[in-house]
Design a protein around this ligand. Sequence first.
Ligand code: CS2
Length: 444
Amino acid sequence: MVRLSRATLSRVAPAARPLAEPRATGVVHLGIGAFHRAHQAVYTERAMAATGDDRWGICGASQRSTDVADRLRPQDCLYGVRAGEETRVVGSVREVLAPGDDLAARLSAPETAVVTLTITERAYRRDPQGVIGKLVAGLRARAAADAGPLTVISCDNLPGNGATLAGLVADLCEPPLLAWVAENVTFPASMVDRIVPATTQADLDDMAARLGVTDLGAVVTEPFTQWVIEDRFAGDRPAWEQAGALLVGDVRPYERMKLRLLNGSHSAIAYLSGAAHVSEAVSDPVFARFLRRLMDDDLSPTLDGLEGFDLTRYKDSLPARFANPGLRHRVAQIAADGSQKLPQRLLDPARERLAGGHEPRWIALAVAGWMRYVTTARDLADPLADRLRGDETACAAATVNRLMAIEEIFGADLPGDRVFRALVTDCLERLDAGGLPATLRALD
Ligand code: CS2
């Protein structure tokens, strides 16, 4: 079968062809993985199609490997997205940079007005060699070239992601550059939501059958998609609101809702269910009931500022999204990097419940599940793996002591919280003794 490219697009059904063909590269994206291709790239293409403004082609950069560049370059950066039964080739990506390519040149080009990032939680650290360092080098080149204002939008699952990124950038800037950034660059916060499992060979085979051409950049996702962006742009931007994005004054209520309800549930599934895929975990009614209790009792009460937003409907929609049989979402993918995910997904809401005198027992159970997971997992994918691994035969109290002492995860406060410590220890003892079903019965 021939490979997908501009030259072979005529073989693709007209309804599945790209909506836009950009003429300039207005956006640079850092971290062009499956998520970006199924999310921001789709919004950007739709915005171009809706307005006819074709300046918003994307230059996507990969930080870690040449894999995406190798897959997309022979395809003129085209790739298919399947969401439910709808399949379409997306045309917004114009260029893919591999590690070592000249990112600073792109970041300092006057036609670039927006930078978006999906670099994962673990990349948000002060590291001149890492992606934030490369962003700063690009800003330095842009300041030197006097190439105009720039909006830099974090699209990672972190609370206050815009301010967090701005802080890390500021830490790596020398004073004159810092002054230029303050004048010319904004860092809006954003909340992104779309479940995008890693693409499998079966997905690629399926995409080839649907398109009639081979596509090594294909992604499979769900129909649901959401993007809420703080309306604080330094200059020009794609008309993302024409593609369904919500531009708001304050992203925080949305971000907390999504991080806690969706991502928090995801992490609970990853560490407790024992299933290989998310859809299998939620097909068990006992487990599904636990997730609802986690959301209703421990997470929803920590959410506010969502007037006019139907929170119950959002919660009701999650089990169906998780159960989507078309998504083979491996729990191992979600379980990875737990040390970077637990604080904002589960520990912050636990803190808030504890401060109000409540006992967040479902959160404690998920945290105990994580403790068991990191103590027993064979290949632990986590930047703190060396400190997380421990004696599998230790008693629950010793494991809780050992792990809660890691300040980067539990802070200085939670280890001293006797209620939380007792809840987690109790859950871990019960999990060790009787497994999940017995523990759930006991907590109910
Ligand atoms: C998941 C997220 O891997 C994970 O940690 O919880 O990638 C999740 O699928 C997305 O945030 C959904 O919007």
